[in-house]
Write a protein that binds this ligand. Sequence first.
Ligand code: G6Q
Length: 550
Amino acid sequence: MAEITETSEWLSLEEHFKKIKNIHMKDLFENDIQRFENNHILFDDFLFDYSKNRITEETKKLLISLAKSADIENWRKRLFSGEKINFTENRSALHIALRNRSNKPIMVDGEDVMPLVNDELSKIRKLSEDIRSGSWKGFSGKKITSIVNIGIGGSDLGPSMVCEALKPFGSKGITPYFVSNVDAADLSQVLEVCDPETTLFIVASKTFTTQETMTNAFSARDWFLNTAIKKEFIKNHFVAISSNLDEVIKFGIHSENIFVLWDWVGGRYSLWSSIGLSIAIFIGMENFEELLAGGHDADNHFISAPLEKNIPIMMALIGVWYINFFDFSTLAVLPYDQCLAKLPAYLQQADMESNGKFIGRNNEKVCQQTGPILWGEAGTNGQHAFYQLLHQGTQIVPSDFIMPINSNYKLGNDKNNHHNILQSNFIAQTQSLMTGKSMLAVENEMKNEINKNPDLKGLVSHRTFEGNRPTNSILFKSLSPKSLGRLIAMYEHKIFTQGVIWNINSFDQWGVEYGKQIAKLVLPQLESKQVTKAFDSSTNNLINYINNNS
Ligand code: G6Q
């Protein structure tokens, strides 16, 4: 395939960009009363409003042509059919099979994976029901009240984000904890509030060799055995999720307590698999299945909706437009729901680990920018922190505003309604980022002050806002397992679509593997406490400084 940047579709977009780069969205709205009508997609109650973007009908047409020239329609099919599109690891990327509620066969190496998926789901059902009902007992006969997921990256961020998002659906009798950092502070703080008699540890690691996870798992096991004494009691308190069964057995986890993963489940796409065990225990299996159903809904939408009516495709194309043509290199994710506070961190991994790559599928360096720097914070907290830069900074940050229309928490009264206030902030921000505030409007506002003190005229420019700052608005009725499943899967497919356009493999993560490799080189130098000359002078001196001061 020719470089995407050399295609006529890309070149047409470059030409088009020159024409419209200075157009103000305010004018686009003023000149087209149908702008919202023509620039939103409603999928059931999931509303994706992309009208506040610096695009015209022509931009959309050209972007769709670009997607077609990248062969996105075929790539969708290849993803869903189980083809080994993760070619650097010779694997399929089949998170869609994990939530394939239709149960239609999906073949990998001639084998239908659905029976495997369903078996694992049955095991998750059994364990989660046993824990929730109290029929699973700790070593001293008590019910489990704390579950501690020990994992990192893809084996942590998904379950931890979902458990927080769906807290209102969670069991009151079970508290989920997530330990990921190898910093002893993380595990210690959790152990301080847990009781070995009533705690279940879930050691979640696809490889079961990840340094941070294994270090935490060994310390958790020691802590547990300090009280329980007998190794046979490990069976009541430790389960594992992994594809490395030998290592799990070596660790001492009973074979009945092992949940499996397959090589076609990527870490950052794994919350739908047994990695979601903590979710199922906390919110119950029916709710976990609703989450899967939401993901499946989004899959059906992505595979079947025409490109211009396809939410992940349009999200992806708008992102490409900003990253590659405007050179806007970051994306803010701004959920207006406290329960979604961890969503930006979750999507940061999903996006940056998938598309933060400079080598293309042709094994050559790509000719254009790839994934954005994704960051964000729950609204309205961000408004009192970094929104200043969103409104008046020299860098433009396209932003996704996300909000459930009805809150799971009812507080306040007619005059002091938390959710109305939250919603009004969402709307006010997206509106003002788009329109800005002209000098004339500020002058009018300050008329009386300026009349009294003409020097104040100098302040007018400080109080003006250029606007024209792009936002997507995503609304859905309420934050539920299903709507969350939809939301996450929409982003997954957006990321995939962008990877296809940039011709990169969104499913490997050599940068993560590199981190795992290099940490092992340094550790012996810190353990030996010897003066090191193994690295460059900065690294040597940092190691020596640590050794001299520890
Ligand atoms: C995700 C990455 C990475 C991975 C962690 C944990 O896609 O591969 O974040 O999930 O490094 O790996 P293990 O599950 O093997 O411990």
